[in-house]
Design a protein around this ligand. Structure first.
Ligand code: NAD
Length: 480
C-alpha cells in the first residue's frame, strides 16, 4: 500500500442504498464532510429524511423472511463475497478514514481498516455454523433472528463500528438499515460499494445517511424496527433507549468509558507506561476503551510521571498523511473545543500539568489538541469522572491494591481497563474485581472474537464473536 499517496479529491455521493440499489434521496439537501486536519470541505452526502427511513425499513422488512430462511452456509458465502469486495478497497478505506476523521494513515490502514476486515472474516466463519439448539426437559430451545435491525454508529472508528453490527446481524439472519455518523459517512459509502459489488440480496442491507436528530431518531422510533443497535455517547444512548422503550424494541448500546490502567507496585513500569500512554492517545484519544486514568502506586509515582512525559512527547500532532505522524487532529472544531474545556477545568480544579496543555505548539490549522498529561488528578474531579474523548491522560496515585480497585470502580462507566503486575495471579485477581466489560492484564492484546461491551453506563449487550451474533437472536422454547 502506498501510504504516502495524496488524499482523494472532493468526494460527492448523491444516493442512498435501498432494496439492493443506489436510490435518489427524497430531498436534495447535502451534508458537507470536512477534513479535520485542514478544515476544508472534502465531500458531500445526502441528508436523509424520515421518509427515506420509511423506504429503507420497508426494504429491510420485505427482505427479512427470505434472508432469515437462507441456510447458514449460504449466508456465509454472501458475507465472504462482501469480505473480498471490501478487502479490494482496503487502501481507499484507509485514505478515506485519514481524510474525514484525521487518523494517521498508517494507523488508519492497520486498525481502522485491518480490524473490521478481521471481524468480517470471523463472521464469515461463524455465520456458517447453525445456531446452537438445546433440550431442557420437555423443551427444545432454539434461536432465531430478531428481525429488522436499525444500526446507528459513531465517527471514531467509522468502518469498524459499522462492521461490528452489520456482519453479526447478517450472520444471525437479520436485515439492517444503517445510519452512519454524519461526520464520517464517506467510509460507509465504500462499504456499500462493496455490498453492491458482492450482490447481497436486495433489501438485506440499506444505507440512509443523515443527522442524528432526523434520521437517527426516525430509525430508533420506527415501529417496524425490531432492534436498535447503537454505538455512541451515553447521552444519545439514553435517548435511543427511551425511543425504543415506547414499543419495547430491543436495544444494544455500546457507550462511553473512563477506563483505568492500574499499574501495581511490582509492575514493569517502563512497559506499563509506554503501552498505557499509547492506549490513551490512540486515535487522538477518540477511542471508547481508552485508558484515560493511569493509576500508579505512590512509591513509583514520580518515576512514572517522567516516563509518561517522555512517552507522550513522541506523539507530535501533524498531518495524517505524513508517514511520521502519530497523532492526528480531533474530528471537529466542536470536539477540540470540548477537549480544551476539560483541560482548562482540570487545571482550575488543581491538577498539575505534566506536558501538553493550552500553550503547547500545534500545527497552524486543523482541529489539533496537544497530547496532554495531568498529574495529581483527584479521583472525584470532573477530569477523572467525565469522558474527554481527546488526547488527555489523568494520572492518579494510590496506596495499595484495594485503593487502586476502589478508584478504578469509582466511575459511572465500566467499559475497559488494564492491570500490570509482575505477579500474574495478583494481576488476575485485581482484574476480576474491576466492574468493566473488558480488562487487559500485562498488555494482553485486543481479541476481536471476545465479547465486547460495558457495565453500568457504558452500555447494554455485547458485540463481536459468538456473543455478538447471539445479541441479534431471539430465544424460543418449544414444549413437546
Ligand atoms: P453521538 O452519540 O453523538 O453519535 C453517535 C451516532 O448517533 C451518530 O450517528 C449520530 O448521528 C447519532 N445520533 C445523535 N443524536 C441522535 C438521536 N437523538 N437519535 C438517534 N441517533 C442520534 O456519539 P459520537 O460523538 O458520534 O461518538 C462518540 C461517543 O461514542 C463517545 O462517547 C464514545 O465513548 C462512544 N463510543 C462508544 C463505543 C463503544 O463501543 N462502547 C465505541 C465508539 C464510540
Amino acid at each position: 500500500m502506498d501510504l504516502a499517496a495524496a488524499p482523494p479529491a472532493l468526494l460527492v455521493r448523491r444516493h442512498l442504498y435501498l432494496g439492493g440499489a443506489w436510490a435518489d434521496p427524497s430531498e436534495n439537501e447535502p451534508i458537507d464532510v470536512e477534513n479535520p486536519a485542514t478544515g476544508e470541505t472534502v465531500g458531500q452526502v445526502p441528508a436523509g429524511t424520515p421518509a427515506d427511513v420509511d423506504r429503507a425499513v420497508a426494504a429491510a422488512r420485505a427482505a427479512f423472511p427470505g434472508w432469515a430462511a437462507t441456510a447458514p452456509a449460504e449466508r456465509a458465502a454472501h458475507l465472504d463475497r462482501l469480505l473480498a469486495a471490501l478487502t479490494a478497497r482496503a487502501e481507499d478505506i484507509a485514505r478515506t478514514v485519514a481524510l474525514e476523521l484525521g487518523t494517521p494513515l498508517k494507523l488508519a490502514a492497520r486498525v481502522q481498516t485491518g480490524l473490521p476486515l478481521t471481524v468480517l472474516r470471523d463472521c464469515v466463519e461463524l455465520a456458517a455454523r447453525p445456531p446452537a439448539e438445546e433440550t431442557i426437559g420437555n423443551s427444545l430451545v432454539v434461536r432465531e433472528p430478531v428481525g429488522v435491525v436499525g444500526a446507528i454508529t459513531p465517527w471514531n472508528y467509522p468502518l469498524h463500528q459499522v462492521v461490528a453490527k452489520l456482519a453479526p446481524a447478517l450472520a444471525a439472519g437479520c436485515t439492517v438499515v444503517l445510519k452512519p455518523s454524519e461526520l464520517t459517512p464517506l467510509t460507509a459509502y465504500l462499504l456499500f460499494d462493496a455490498v453492491a459489488e458482492a450482490g447481497l440480496p436486495a433489501g438485506v442491507v440499506n444505507l440512509v445517511p443523515g443527522t442524528g436528530p432526523v434520521v437517527g431518531e426516525a430509525l430508533a422510533a420506527h415501529p417496524d424496527v425490531d432492534m436498535v443497535s447503537f454505538t455512541g455517547s451515553t447521552a444519545t444512548g439514553r435517548r435511543i433507549a427511551h425511543l425504543a422503550a415506547d414499543r419495547i424494541a430491543r436495544v444494544a448500546l455500546e457507550l462511553g468509558g473512563k477506563s483505568a490502567n492500574l499499574i501495581l507496585a511490582d509492575a514493569d513500569l517502563a512497559t506499563a507506561v509506554k503501552v498505557g500512554v499509547g492506549n490513551a492517545l490512540l486515535n487522538s484519544g477518540q477511542t471508547c476503551t481508552a485508558w484515560t486514568r493511569m493509576l500508579v502506586h505512590r512509591d513509583r509515582y514520580d518515576e512514572a510521571l517522567d516516563l509518561v512525559a517522555r512517552a507522550a512527547a513522541a506523539y507530535r500532532p501533524g498531518d495524517p498523511f505524513d508517514p511520521d505522524t502519530r497523532l492526528g487532529p480531533l474530528v471537529s472544531a466542536a470536539q477540540a473545543e470540548r477537549v480544551r474545556g476539560h483541560v482548562d477545568r482540570a487545571l482550575a480544579d488543581g491538577a498539575r500539568l505534566v506536558c501538553g496543555g493550552p500553550d503547547a505548539p500545534l500545527p497552524p490549522r486543523g482541529h489539533f489538541v496537544a497530547p496532554t498529561v495531568l498529574a495529581d488528578v483527584h479521583p472525584d474531579s470532573a477530569l477523572a469522572q467525565e469522558e474527554v474523548f481527546g488526547p488527555v491522560l489523568a494520572v492518579i496515585p494510590f496506596a495499595d491494591d484495594d485503593e487502586a480497585v476502589a478508584i478504578a470502580n469509582n466511575s459511572r462507566y465500566g467499559l475497559a481497563g488494564a492491570v500490570w503486575s509482575a505477579d500474574a495471579d495478583r494481576a488476575l485477581a485485581v482484574a476480576r474485581r474491576l466492574r468493566t466489560g473488558q480488562v487487559d492484564v500485562n498488555g494482553g492484546g485486543f481479541n476481536p472474537r471476545a465479547p465486547f461491551g460495558g457495565y453500568k453506563q457504558s452500555g447494554l449487550g455485547r458485540e463481536l464473536g459468538p456473543y455478538g451474533i447471539d445479541e441479534f437472536r431471539e430465544i424460543k422454547a418449544i414444549q413437546r
